[in-house]
Write a protein that binds this ligand. Structure first.
Ligand code: NAP
Length: 491
């Protein structure tokens, strides 16, 4: 770890099952690496089916008592969890930066973002009201109760190791569900630290269980097959999401799938160009472009194309690339060798199809480390519509830009994707704002705004970007089902 922590005990390297910190049943471990240096700084359990089953048993065992715990008491525990997370924000941010690579300010920022979900759902826990339905027939009373779905399996990715866990576990616990969780193998230490703080906050044994593994399919298969696991909540790639949807059909689980995106970013000629550049900087380069809502295709109307490119290039060229431990760093390393190979492939493909590299376009610091995973923030101009980077998530600090002529044309281009997570556009024409907002096929629209996520807002996609919503009042509904009760003979 490249940082000194105030609370060294937050670095836990064991599973947490039934309230007991423990190694894998096999005794095996997998390494956790710092992507900035490639150094291994910890080992976590390499769990298998046995550990996965033990976690489900614990969650099943704990469910009845947890669902019967008054909502106000569950809320108080979540509130304490939020307070502990915020009290340890610096240490947790350092852990994120060490295993994920994002600059420290972003790591600490992610902790505040993660905690905001815990606080939000602590409050929502006490408002999971049902409905009294107006009498339809004399002598009957009808009501709809909201009940927790049961045991929830949560599987999360590496790009937001704290936020993705928090926005699944907090609503699940608020609703009265118990949880088995598997974090990404690249970033388990953040997840374990959060679970440790949940234990300190008073989450009872068995209510929250975490299993680490280098064989995610083995663990997930146990949870998919077990009919007592009533819900899978997954954030990650579309192929894995589709696999989980297919396999969970055997036990008809409730599903929430937060999958990949391919966000368009459209700048109309009536937009404030400076604001649009700032919005693109915020949306594209956060976490080095490794976000699911990050713009992957930039369309600029021809009249302002040159001016926009000039301003964007100036801003991108000034970004500071370096390790999370350097306070000046704005862009950290990519997560691993596979990630940087994909970025190189996309840039080379775009250039081969005629794109111009206005800044960046290469790997950095290879003289210090041949396997360096740092990539220079890049602007590509005149990108052909057939280029790979317009069709697949690049997941890196590359902004590919092209020009368009008409609103009709750009809406067709924006919607010409199997994905539908986020879209962004900049315009100062109020009628256009309403037309374009309605026409875009996606779950999230940023209008003259590049930073869209918030705990009070519903986050999620359509089409191949998945279904289900996280955050907001809808985020709690995902973990509850409705029980309709009809009582007769009252006349
Ligand atoms: P990934 O490969 O799908 O991995 C996500 C999680 O699934 C990891 O915990 C992974 O474990 C696990 N996994 C992999 N194969 C599995 C299988 N067969 N069965 C069960 N679990 C399996 O995705 P990623 O590369 O880590 O994450 C990046 C993707 O997440 C991008 O597409 C991004 O857009 C998407 N994302 C979406 C959102 C959203 O809210 N829509 C937010 C963030 C990220 P291992 O770590 O062991 O492989």
């Amino acid at each position: 770890m490249s940082f000194k922590l105030q609370r060294e005990d937050l670095v836990v390297t064991r599973n947490f099952i039934a309230g007991v910190w423990q190694g894998a049943a096999s005794g095996e471990t997998i390494p956790v690496n710092n992507p900035a240096t490639g150094e291994t700084f910890a080992f976590v359990p390499n769990s298998n089916e046995e550990d996965a089953r033990a976690a489900v048993e614990a969650a099943v065992e704990a469910f009845d008592a947890w669902r019967a715990t008054p909502a106000k008491q569950r809320a108080a525990i979540l509130k304490r969890w939020n307070d502990l997370i915020m009290a340890c924000a610096d240490d947790l941010g350092k852990i994120i930066s060490s295993e994920q690579g994002k600059p420290l300010a972003e790591g600490i920022g992610e902790i505040a973002y993660a905690a905001s979900y815990v606080e939000w759902f602590a409050e929502e826990a006490t408002r999971a009201n049902g409905d009294i339905i107006p009498q339809a027939v004399r002598g009957r009373k009808m009501a709809a109760y909201r009940e927790p779905v049961g045991v929830v399996a949560a599987i999360t990715p590496w790009n937001f190791p704290a936020a993705m866990i928090a926005r699944k576990i907090a609503p699940a616990l608020a609703a009265g569900c118990t949880v088995v969780c598997k974090p990404a193998s690249e970033t388990p230490i953040t997840a374990l630290a959060l679970v440790k703080l949940a234990e300190e906050a008073g989450v009872p044994a068995g209510v929250l269980n975490i299993v680490n593994t280098g064989s995610s399919k083995k663990v997930a298969d146990v949870w998919l097959d077990d009919a007592r696991v009533r819900k899978i909540t997954f954030t990650g790639s579309t192929p894995v999401g589709k696999h989980l949807a297919h396999e969970s059909s055997r036990t008809l689980k409730k599903l929430a799938l937060e999958l990949g995106g391919n966000a368009p970013f459209i700048v109309f000629e009536d937009a404030d160009v400076d604001a649009a550049v700032e919005g693109l900087m915020a949306a594209k380069f956060r976490n080095g472009g490794q976000t699911c809502v990050c713009p992957n295709r930039v369309y600029v109307q021809s009249k302002i194309y040159g001016r926009f490119l000039e301003k964007l290039t100036e801003r991108v060229a000034a970004l500071v690339v370096g390790p999370a431990s350097d306070p000046a760093s704005q862009i950290g390393p990519m997560i691993n060798a596979k990630a940087i190979a994909k970025i190189e492939e996309h840039v080379n493909d775009a250039v081969a199809r005629g794109a111009r590299v206005l800044t960046g376009g290469k790997r950095l610091f290879t003289e210090q480390r041949a396997e360096s995973t740092y990539y220079a923030p890049t602007v590509l101009a005149d990108v052909d519509l057939s280029a790979k980077c317009f069709h697949e998530e690049t997941f890196g600090p590359v902004a590919p830009v092209t020009q368009f002529e008409t609103e009709e044309e750009v809406i067709r281009l924006a919607n010409d994707s199997p994905f539908g997570l986020a879209s962004y556009f900049y315009s100062n024409d109020i009628r256009r704002v309403h037309r374009v907002t309605a026409a875009l096929e996606c779950g999230i629209v940023g209008v003259n705004e590049g930073a869209v996520a918030a705990e009070a807002a519903p986050f999620g996609g359509v089409k191949d970007s998945g279904y289900g919503r996280e955050g907001s009042v809808h985020g709690l509904e995902e973990y509850m089902h409705i029980k309709y009760v009809c009582q007769g003979g009252l006349d």
